[in-house]
Design a protein. Structure first.
Length: 385
């Protein structure tokens, strides 16, 4: 039986939350600005978006586009409380729930949906409940997997409900520009265009796998399958209560890949050391990103085997980061491992060679932190690509 996954996204959440407090803001262009030295827009309502204003745009540019733009400083404790109420409401419909950020989540309604006369009735009920109980607009995407549910929720905003079935992928997804494909950021989209891939259809039907891998790296096969609507990722729910994590607040907000790469290397090394000191491994890895506006996003993956080595942690965490590929300034980065086991309870054991390689990575990471040039890499990490 095919699964039924909902992706529920609160529309322009921070702006909608402010309108909830002050309904007089509803019909004017409104933006929320983060507490950043660069003074950029965190989010804005749809009236402001009609002027071309978008997230991460400088306030100066936004005001030029819309001189009457109303700008508010964010009330992030309030947003967090509202987010918790949102998740609490959704959890009443399904315990199979994965929250991916402060304003969005996935739920598995495969069993529940058969209790409704029409499949869309459940989506309308949830959307109406969010609006009446929390005074927040939302969009809901429905699909047989996370990818199609997310792509569907992005298609109609605000207050949209969209279904994408596997048989509709060619009709609904393939005509879209490549930058609208999930996990394809603006930089990658430009690279794909340079090899003749302009739409999702182009990606799905691209024959030169060697060139495709040069652009997409080791995820080329997975992303090309996604262009056909194939996504085997499970919802990750109820993380193990016991976990080990580490995070760092950046000295300055940044979206520079080279800087973030070094930080993630360093966090991977520190987390690996803590795991090995305790003699444990884990099979769920989570990347936490807090942006300049305090919006927090989590990306997670359930692994087929438990890990504890720096190289393994780093490889998984950099893949999760590259799925996002934002140009929004980041304030905090964190990594955590869940699903913990003792070494003897797993099939993986540390070898002398692996420990030596870990020491090598540690030395390189320490050097990279002191260098202002491009980060050093091991020959092993280059050849793996």
């Amino acid at each position: 039986m095919a699964k039924v996954i909902f992706h529920i996204d609160l529309n322009a959440f921070f702006a909608s939350a402010e309108i909830r407090l002050n309904p007089q803001l509803k019909d004017i262009p409104l933006a929320i600005s983060g507490f950043s030295s660069r003074s950029v827009v965190s989010t804005c309502n749809y009236i402001a978006r009609s002027f071309g204003i978008k997230s991460a745009m400088s306030v100066e540019v936004a005001k030029k586009l819309c001189p009457n733009l109303k700008i508010l400083n964010g009330n992030y404790d309030y947003y967090k409380q509202l987010s918790e109420s949102f998740i609490q409401l959704i959890s009443k419909y399904s315990t199979i729930l994965e929250q991916t950020s402060i304003d969005e989540c996935y739920i598995d309604v495969t069993e529940l949906i058969f209790k409704y006369e029409k499949p869309l009735d459940l989506a309308y009920e949830i959307q109406n409940k969010i609006l009446t109980s929390l005074q927040l607009p939302s969009s809901i995407g429905i699909g047989p997997n996370k990818l199609l549910a997310k792509m569907a929720s992005d298609m109609k905003k605000p207050m949209g409900i969209t279904v994408i079935r596997k048989r509709e992928v060619q009709q609904k997804l393939w005509p879209l520009p490549i930058e609208e494909m999930r996990y394809i950021g603006s930089k990658t989209a430009n690279l794909l265009k340079s090899i003749g891939i302009f739409t999702i259809s182009d990606l799905a039907q691209y024959q030169d796998y060697i060139r495709l891998k040069q652009v997409l790296g080791k995820n080329a096969t997975i992303i090309q399958k996604m262009a056909f609507g194939i996504d085997h990722r499970e919802l990750i729910t109820n993380y193990e209560r016991k976990s080990i994590g580490i995070s760092t607040t950046l000295k300055e907000d940044t979206f520079q890949y080279e800087i973030i790469n070094v930080i993630l290397h360093n966090l991977s090394r520190q987390l690996a050391y803590r795991l090995q000191q305790k003699g444990i491994m884990g099979n769920v890895i989570i990347l936490t990103i807090k942006y300049f506006d305090f919006k927090t996003v989590n990306r997670s993956k359930k692994l087929t085997e438990s890990i504890c080595l720096e190289s393994s942690i780093y490889n998984e965490i950099i893949n999760l980061y590259e799925e996002i590929e934002d140009t929004i300034p980041i304030r905090l980065l964190g990594i955590s491992i869940h699903g913990l086991d003792q070494y003897q309870d797993t099939n993986q054991q540390l070898t002398l060679f692996e420990l030596k390689r870990q020491e090598t990575h540690q030395i390189i990471n320490e050097l990279n932190q002191s260098l202002k040039t491009k980060p050093l890499k091991t020959l092993h990490s280059i050849l793996k690509k």
